[in-house]
Structures are given as C-alpha cells and as structure tokens.
Design a protein around this ligand. Structure first.
Ligand SMILES: Nc1ncnc2c1ncn2[C@@H]1O[C@H](COP(=O)(O)OP(=O)(O)OP(=O)(O)O)[C@@H](O)[C@H]1O
Ligand SMILES: [Mg+2]
Length: 403
C-alpha cells in the first residue's frame, strides 16, 4: 500500500471538474473520434515515479500517474484540451462512487494498481510446473478464449497459493502480473488491516468496484491469513476486523455470480488458519511445495554459474545436500558460498595500511569446493519440518493435479 504522504492533493472539487471534462470528452469519443479500449496491464517495466512529472508514454506509468498527469492538464486548461487526447488513459480511472469518501478511498487504492510490470517471467521461477500450469489455465485461458468458459465451466474466481515460506508464492503472483494482461491490484493484507482499520470494509467494497471497472483484473491478497483467520474464535476479535472479513466474503460471492473477469489470487503459508467460508470461495487451492531436485539444480546453476577456468562447481553434491531447502534458503546458501572468495580478498586488503585505489583492487577469485562446504555448514533449511503439514492440507483440501 502506498504511503500516506504520497496521497494526492486533489480536492473533491477538482474531481467534479475533471469528471465534467471527462464526460464531455466521452461524448466526443462516442461521436467517432476514437474508440474505447480496455485498460490492460502493460508489459514494459516502468519504474513508479512520484507522480510529479508528466507521464510521456502511457504504458510506462501506473494508471494513477496517468490520471494525476491528466489532472495537471485539466487544471492548466480548464479540464479539457484536445492537444492532450493521446496522453489520456482510455478509461476513466475511477468508476462513479456513491460518496466522496468512497471516492477518496478508491483514489488511494489506485496507487496499488501495478501498471508497469514487476518483471518476473514464468521462466525465472524454477520448477513448480504444476502451479504454473494451473495458474495459466485459471487466469490466461479464460481471458484469451472466453467462449469456452461459460455456464458450468465459468472461470475460477478464487485461487489460493499455499506452501512453506520462501517457495515462490509471491513470485508466482508477480509472474501473473507480468505475463497475464490483467489489471493487477497488489494488496498486502497487513497494510489493509493496519491502515484502514476503521474503514476497511468500505475499502474492500471500493477495491472490488475498481477491479470490476478495470476488468479483466486480478486482486492479489498476499499473506491472506492476516486478515481472514477464523472468525469469532478469539473473544477479543475486533468488531471492525470482523466486518472487513464479512465484506470480503460477500464481495467474493458476488464475483462468482457475474460474468466479469475479476480473479482473487491469495497467498498464505498458514492455510489451516483460514476460515472455512473463505476456503470455500478460494475454489482452486494450489500447493507451492519445497523445490524438487531438478528445480534446486536449476536454481544453483543460475545463482552460481560455472566460470571458464574456475574450479568445477559440484552441482550434484549441492543438489543432494539441499534436500528440504526452500528457494529462498538456496539463495542464501549460494550467497554465502559466493561471499567466501570475497572474504579472502577482504582479509588481504585489511593487512594493507593505506587505502587501495579502485583500479588496483585485486580481483575476486572463483568459488572453490570448500567454499560450498563451508556455506552448507552455515546454512540450515528453514521450512522442511512443516512440509508434511502442507502435504496433509493439500490432500484434504488442495486441487490435485490431473495428468
Ligand atoms: N521456484 C523458485 N525459483 C526461483 N527462485 C525462487 C523460487 N522459490 C523461491 N525463490 C527465491 O526465494 C525468494 C522468496 O520467494 P517468495 O517471496 O516468492 O516466497 P513466498 O513463498 O512468497 O514466501 P512467504 O510465504 O514467506 O511470503 C525469491 O525472491 C527467490 O529469490
Ligand atoms: Mg510471499
């Protein structure tokens, strides 16, 4: 969720003015100047700017920034100027809301729409072939070929990724944002709860309104257990938090009853803490397990590439020794191994009294087999003890893979 300090300084009056201009423009468009195109998630890797500079190319900015830049045009030119037609997004950023505070919430939420992609490709996620296939089937296919996904075959609206920490759940969601052409709302549950405690059920309503408006869209709720753990269990449960959960359940129910393409993608590493009602709505539940040997090999080969003339890196040994490691444990292990040659250089440098100029710095040598052994001694797997629990949950509730 974006920082409070980043909130736009538009007043309600500005909005009214803008909307007036927008609707005039809409009429013009309907008269044949230009067609209305759906807002899609661009594939370019735009860096989010702070919104103060004008967006030159619409594909590289967040929807919010485009909107803000429109606002600057509109205040300069009294809301409408034909010179800037090309720079406008093709759809108004916000749907009509019933009240000003809902609109303010919507505006704030728009900052969470990822427009420039997070740049995670399917290929950069090693292994997890089944999870990738299920995600493609659930999100990509219904958008591409809507003809087949009607009636009983209507697309899955709720998808849960569950599994041990550090196995690539967030990465998979980012790949969906990068590779699938949907508007992507990245909502971290903890920030929804803390920032919007009082208003959170309104926020959920606005979020779903926005998602429907920009359909096809994906709402990604990371660490969903933080907001939707079993209702009414703890006596001390906050009234506002119960309302938030209930609203989320109602909105998700609404999704299954319409044909609009809005997907809820949720991730958790505590799936057994989810409310039964929530679990029912997350129809497709996909286990993201600890990496298999082939995936571990692909990861170490990418992180520690073999250099010409260097000592042979014992990939087989590494794969064998990393049974039970998660993807992020493997990353840590490789970092530790790659640190060893650097440590040797550091100790050389420490012996010298004077500062060494940059061009005279010694080169860092290749990784040796003993470096890898030291790294293996220093790194422990973090999630393997819980693995059977996830397997059991998968057996009880998970979507089994059909071949
Ligand atoms: N399958 C994988 N392929 C490549 N890298 C991976 C893979 N799984 C994990 N990693 C590495 O581990 C890091 C953490 O992954 P990620 O954030 O997706 O984990 P997560 O499952 O969301 O964890 P958590 O449940 O703790 O949120 C990634 O940045 C990446 O470097
Ligand atoms: Mg995560």
């Amino acid at each position: 969720m974006a920082d409070e300090s980043n909130t736009t300084c538009w007043s309600f009056l500005d909005f009214r003015q803008f909307y007036g201009a927008k609707f005039n423009e809409q009429k013009l468009l309907e008269n044949g100047e230009r067609g209305d195109m759906p807002v899609n998630n661009g594939n370019s890797s735009g860096i989010m700017s702070n919104g103060n500079n004008h967006a030159k190319r619409t594909r590289e900015t967040t929807i919010f920034e485009q909107f803000q830049s429109q606002g600057q045009h509109s205040s300069l030119s009294n809301g409408f100027s034909s010179n800037h037609l090309d720079e406008r997004p093709q759809k108004p950023l916000l749907p009509p809301f019933e009240s000003a505070d809902m609109r303010a919430l919507g505006e704030s939420l728009c900052k969470d729409i990822i427009r420039g992609s997070p740049d995670v490709k399917w290929e950069s996620i090693k292994g997890l072939e089944n999870a990738k296939r299920l995600l493609k089937e659930a999100v990509v296919m219904p958008i591409k070929y809507p003809k087949y996904f009607t009636g009983l075959l209507s697309p899955w609206k709720g998808i849960l990724l569950f599994g041990p920490p550090g196995t690539g759940k967030t990465m998979l969601a980012k790949a969906v944002a990068t590779e699938c052409k949907t508007t992507f709302f990245n909502i971290s549950a903890s920030s929804v709860v803390s920032k919007w405690r009082g208003d959170s059920e309104k926020l959920v309503r606005v979020l779903f309104d926005l998602a429907r408006h920009h359909a096809p869209s994906t709402i990604f709720l990371d660490e969903i257990d933080a907001i939707i753990s079993q209702r009414g269990e703890a006596r001390s449960e906050h009234e506002a938090s119960r309302r938030l959960k209930t609203e989320l359940l109602i909105q998700m129910d609404g999704l299954t009853k319409t044909n609009e393409l809005v997907f809820v993608l949720a991730a958790t590493n505590l799936p057994w803490e989810l409310d039964a009602a929530m679990l029912r709505r997350l129809e497709k539940r996909i286990l993201v397990p600890l990496p298999e040997p082939e995936a571990r090999r692909a990861m170490v080969e990418e992180l520690l590439p073999q250099h010409d003339g260097g000592e042979q890196i014992p990939y087989d040994f590494l794969v064998e020794q990393t049974d039970g490691f998660s993807g992020s444990d493997i990353r840590l292990l490789c970092k530790e191994a790659a640190m060893q040659p650097l440590r040797r250089v550091m100790s050389q440098l420490e012996q010298r009294q004077e500062m060494v100029p940059e061009e005279e710095l010694p080169t860092v040598g290749p990784i040796r087999t003993e470096d890898i052994k030291v790294a293996l001694k220093n790194t422990r797997p973090s999630a393997h003890l819980q693995a059977p629990k996830y397997e059991k949950f998968n057996k009880d509730y998970g979507s089994q893979i059909l071949h």
